[in-house]
Write a protein that binds this ligand. Structure first.
Ligand SMILES: [Cu+2]
Length: 451
């Protein structure tokens, strides 16, 4: 891979240099041809009539451009410093948490060099210390990994089915990893070797497997981990790339397994500098539910259990779009919590299977937005809404400045009527200097967006 990277860099630069040289040669040749053609018209400039360099229009233009560029650089730096200081000030003055969140991020780049070494080094797995992964169900996230060395990380996953109240109206048979949909959050460190064992306890007879976007190899691990009923399959996967990745079942028919709940998030921390610390970390996964109309009971009344609908999936017409597996998971059942002044991070994934999410939290900003789960490039700053495609992820950091209820939405906003709503309830003292009206706040009648 290093060879490939170097080759691509070299092969990218060489043609550019050759084209630049060719361009210069052509310009010189054209200039020579022009002088030859216009020779009688060109008169030598005597020293008495020659303009000084100050009067030479070319020099004046170049000098002017240079001065303007220098001024732009200096004023740009001053302005960006002013903007950052102003932003920090609005977020709570010299708050250390906001300051940490918005610290320069140039340290993130060495991960690319680390990738080259991981790619080329053979790991002696038998010499790695063994560790059991700490797995958490949404919306919980395992603690930050503080060790500075790779391990053989054991990740035991088990497939089961369960009947769940996925919408306020209907129950539905979910297909789960470790009893939850979405599956557990897996936290690892780049360089670790994940030993993933998949035990299939699904009594319906369906095979299952794991395709993790964090794994390098055909199928993302699916061909090595396909387990039939009551079978366990184990694979080892070296984590070469840091970032936030989706994992999902890829047994046929793949869309059905993903839509039925077999998906989750895996965060691979960079080798050295992880993301800046925050007060709270949460795990939120968006997904769609496609179901048939309910059957009728003996009395002609509709049942409260519904089955998967392949035709609706093909039409990309979900009955429900939900956060963390079911309608009300982050509203009535368990809204996320924070306090005024705290920093909150959401590891967000979009399991799809079909729709791109316009991920947004009403009333706040993503101070850092690690687009596409990329944690080695500098994050976007002060983002309002970010796109997350099916199979994609993002990581966003917020600071909760004003108390109240903040609404997690897919800003394709009709989807709130299909269940894509969650809350972050923030407690603490008011901040009338930031947010105030002439009367107390009053949610509008019938509003689904505000608690
Ligand atoms: Cu499956």
């Amino acid at each position: 891979m290093r060879h490939l990277l170097h080759t691509s860099v070299g092969s990218g630069r060489r043609p550019m240099i050759m084209m630049a040289r060719l361009g210069l040669r052509l310009r010189l040749r054209n200039a020579a041809m022009w002088r030859h053609a216009h020779a009688p018209m060109i008169r030598p400039i005597s020293s008495s009539t020659a303009p000084s360099s100050k009067r030479n229009p070319t020099v004046i233009i170049i000098t002017g451009i240079s001065t303007a560029l220098a001024f732009a650089c200096v004023s740009g730096f001053a302005y960006s410093t002013f903007r950052r200081e102003s932003s920090l000030s609005l977020l709570g003055g010299s708050s250390s948490s906001a300051d940490q969140l918005l610290a320069p991020t140039s340290h993130l780049f060495p991960s690319v060099e680390y990738y080259n070494s991981l790619d080329n080094e053979q790991t002696d797995v038998d010499k790695l210390p063994m560790e059991e992964a700490q797995l958490t169900a949404a919306p919980s996230v395992p603690p930050v990994i503080t060790r500075k060395h790779p391990v053989l990380l054991k990740v035991p996953l088990r497939t089961t089915t369960r009947l769940s109240q996925v919408t306020n109206q209907y129950k539905y048979e979910e297909w789960t990893f470790n009893g939850t949909a979405p599956g557990p959050f897996i936290r690892a460190r780049v360089g670790d070797v994940v030993e993933l064992s998949l035990t299939n306890n699904d009594t319906t007879g369906n095979p299952h497997n794991i395709d993790s976007h964090a794994f390098a190899g055909p199928g993302g691990g699916s061909a090595l981990t396909t387990a039939e009923e009551n079978e366990t399959k184990t694979g080892r996967f070296k984590l070469l790339c840091p970032g936030l990745y989706i994992y999902h079942c890829a047994a046929a028919p793949v869309p059905v397994h993903i839509a039925n709940g077999m998906h989750g998030l895996m965060y691979v921390q960079p080798e050295e500098q992880d993301l800046p610390p925050v007060d709270r970390e949460y795990y939120v996964m968006q997904s769609e539910i496609y179901h048939e109309a309910p059957d009728l009971d003996d009395d002609g009344r509709p049942l409260d259990v519904v089955d998967f609908s392949y035709p609706r999936g093909l039409r990309e017409d979900p009955n429900a779009i939900v956060f963390n597996g079911r309608e009300s998971a982050l509203t009535r059942d368990a809204p996320l919590k924070a306090k005024v002044g705290e920093t909150v991070r959401i590891f967000f994934g979009n399991a799809g299977p079909n729709l791109t999410s316009a991920f947004h939290v009403i009333g706040t900003h993503f101070l850092n937005c690690y687009r596409d789960g990329d944690v080695t490039s500098p994050p976007a700053r002060f983002v309002g809404t970010t796109s997350v495609p099916p199979g994609g992820t993002t990581i966003v950091d917020m600071k909760m400045v004003v108390p109240g209820s903040y609404t997690i939405v897919d800003h394709a906003i009709f989807r709130l009527d299909k269940g894509a709503v969650g809350f972050i309830n923030v407690s603490g003292p008011q901040r009338p200097d930031v947010y105030v009206g002439n009367l107390p706040p009053q949610p509008c009648v019938g509003c689904k967006l505000h608690a």
